[in-house]
Design a protein around this ligand. Structure first.
Ligand code: AMP
Ligand code: GLY
Length: 426
C-alpha cells in the first residue's frame, strides 16, 4: 500500500515507525515530515493543513491511504476531500471533527448522550462571562470555544485569574476568533488520563490509555503545554476500567454523531478526569495525542497499517490490535523558552548513543538538518526520548539514561515524568 502520513511532530515520527514495520506498506510519504520521518520514507514539502495540495499529491502518487496526525487538516476537511477523490482517510469528516474543533459542540453532544462531564455554560459576551465567574467563584475553567493550538484553556485558581483570561481571550482576542465564544465550566478534581480508540462510525475498539504531563514545570506547575511527557499504561487505569470508560464516555458520543448523520471514523482521544464520582469527560480530540502516541505505539505489537485499513473498511472487529504488557514512557525535550518563544538553531547530537540503550527510541519533532548534516532544534517540542521496559521504573531509568547521552544546549525537559505514577519523588 502507498500511504501519505500528514504532520511533522513526534507523534508522526512514531506513527511512521509503526507504519514502516507493516508488511503491507509499499511506500510511505510524510507531509511535511521531519528528519526522523525522512529516515523511514519520503518527506513531501506540503503543509499539514493544505488540504487541496495534500489531496492533489495523494492522487498523483496513487496513494491508497491518508493517515492524518494533527487535527487541523481534519477540521479543514481533509477526510471529506479524500472521500471526494476516492482515497481512504483514517480520520473523521470535518463535521465529526467538530468534536475537537468546538468545545461547545462537544458539550452539546455530551448533554445529548448523557455523558458525565463538567457543568458548563457558553458565553459570547464578556459582561455575562465576568458576572458568571464572580457568581460561581474559583477554581473555574475558562476555554476558548474554537481551536487554539493547546493554548485555549485556563484553569483559574482565583476569580481574578478567570477574569483576566476572559479579558485576554474575548476582549483582547489573544487567540483570534477562537476566543470570541467561551465555554466556562466547573473545575474537575482527580487524575487525568487519555483514552484512545479506533472508531468506524458504528463501533469502537479500544486502543489503550496513557497519561500526559501537560505543565511545563516539575511537580505539574507553570504553563500548560502540548505535553511534556507521557506514560502508558497509566497505573490504576487498567484494561477493564478503560473498557468501562469507553462504554460510558465514548460509545454514547459515537451513537449521537451517527444518529445526526455525521458518523465518526478515525482515532478518538478522550481526555478524562478520574473523579471521586467516576470518570468524567474533559474533552474529545479526533487524533492520537502527542506525546501519548509515542509511548502508546512503542507498546504496539500488531500491524498498525492493517488496523487502520480495517477501520476504514468498517471491519474493526478484525483490527487484531495487540499491545505488550510492558510499560512505556516518553520524555519531551523542548527548546528553552517553550511554551513561549523557544530557542532554535542549537545543534543536537547523541541520538544514536541514546538509542543504543536497550528499549530506548528517540522520536523527532521540530528538528532540521542543515547543509552540513547537523541536526538542529527548530521549534518548541523537539525530541521525545522514549523507552519501553518491564516496569515503569525501568522504562523511566532507560529514558533518562538516553537523555543523558544527548547533547543539546537549548534543551529543557522535566525530570519527573512518571514520578507521580510511581508514587515516589524525583
Ligand atoms: P483541553 O484543551 O480541553 O485539553 O484542556 C487543557 C487542560 O486543562 C486539560 O488537559 C486539563 O488538564 C485542564 N482542564 C480542562 N478542563 C478542565 C476541567 N473542567 N477541570 C479541570 N481541569 C480541566
Ligand atoms: N498531549 C495532548 C494532545 O495531544 O492533545
Amino acid at each position: 500500500m502507498r500511504v501519505l502520513l500528514v504532520g511533522s511532530g513526534g507523534r508522526e515520527h512514531a506513527l511512521a515507525a509503526a507504519l514502516a514495520r507493516s508488511p503491507l506498506l509499499g511506500a510511505l510519504f510524510t507531509a511535511p515530515g521531519n528528519p526522523g520521518t525522512a529516515g523511514l520514507g519520503t518527506n513531501v514539502p506540503i503543509a499539514a493543513d493544505d488540504v487541496a495540495a495534500l489531496v492533489a499529491f495523494a492522487r498523483a502518487e496513487h496513494v491508497d491511504l491518508v493517515v492524518p496526525g494533527p487535527e487541523a487538516p481534519l477540521v479543514a476537511g481533509l477526510a471529506d476531500a479524500c472521500a471526494a477523490a476516492g482515497i481512504a482517510c483514517a480520520g473523521p469528516s470535518a463535521a465529526a471533527a467538530r468534536l475537537e474543533g468546538s468545545k461547545s459542540f462537544t458539550k452539546e453532544i455530551c448533554d445529548e448522550a448523557g455523558i458525565p462531564t463538567a457543568r458548563w455554560e457558553r458565553f459570547t459576551e464578556a459582561t455575562a462571562a465576568h458576572a458568571f465567574v464572580r457568581r460561581r467563584g474559583a477554581p473555574i475553567v475558562i476555554k476558548a470555544d474554537g481551536l487554539a493550538a493547546g493554548k485555549g484553556v485556563v484553569v483559574a485558581q482565583s476569580v481574578a485569574e478567570a477574569e483576566a483570561a476572559i479579558v485576554d481571550m474575548m476582549e483582547h482576542a489573544s487567540l483570534g476568533g477562537a476566543g470570541s465564544s467561551l465555554v466556562i465550566e466547573e473545575c474537575l478534581q482527580g487524575e487525568e488520563v487519555s483514552l484512545f480508540a479506533f472508531c468506524d462510525g458504528a463501533d469502537a475498539v479500544l486502543i489503550g490509555a496513557a497519561q500526559d504531563h501537560k505543565r511545563i514545570g516539575e511537580g505539574d506547575t507553570g504553563a500548560n503545554t502540548g505535553g511534556m511527557g507521557a506514560i502508558s499504561p497509566p497505573p490504576g487505569f487498567g484494561r477493564e476500567a478503560q473498557e468501562r470508560a469507553l462504554d460510558l464516555l465514548v460509545r454514547p458520543a459515537l451513537a449521537v454523531l451517527a444518529r445526526r448523520g455525521t458518523p465518526f471514523r478515525g482515532v478518538i482521544f478522550a481526555g478524562l478526569m478520574l473523579t471521586a464520582q467516576g470518570p468524567k469527560l474533559i474533552e474529545f480530540n479526533v487524533r492520537f495525542g502527542d506525546p501519548e502516541a509515542q509511548a502508546l505505539l512503542l507498546r504496539l505489537q500488531s500491524d498498525l497499517l492493517a488496523a487502520l485499513v480495517a477501520m476504514c473498511e468498517g471491519r474493526l472487529s478484525e483490527s487484531g490490535l495487540r499491545f505488550c504488557g510492558q510499560a512505556a514512557i516518553a520524555v519531551v525535550l523542548a527548546g528553552r523558552g517553550y511554551p513561549g518563544e523557544p530557542a532554535t538553531g542549537g545543534a543536537i547530537t547523541g541520538i544514536e548513543a541514546a538509542e543504543a540503550i536497550a528499549g530506548v527510541r528517540v522520536f523527532q519533532a521540530a528538528t532540521t538538518l542543515d547543509a552540513q548534516g547537523v541536526l538542529r532544534g527548530s521549534g518548541g517540542r523537539v525530541l521525545s526520548v522514549c523507552a519501553r521496559a518491564n516496569t515503569l521504573a525501568d522504562a523511566r531509568d532507560a529514558a533518562y539514561a538516553g537523555i543523558a547521552r544527548i547533547a543539546w544546549p537549548d534543551g529543557i525537559w522535566r525530570r519527573d515524568i512518571g514520578v507521580r505514577a510511581l508514587g515516589c519523588s524525583a
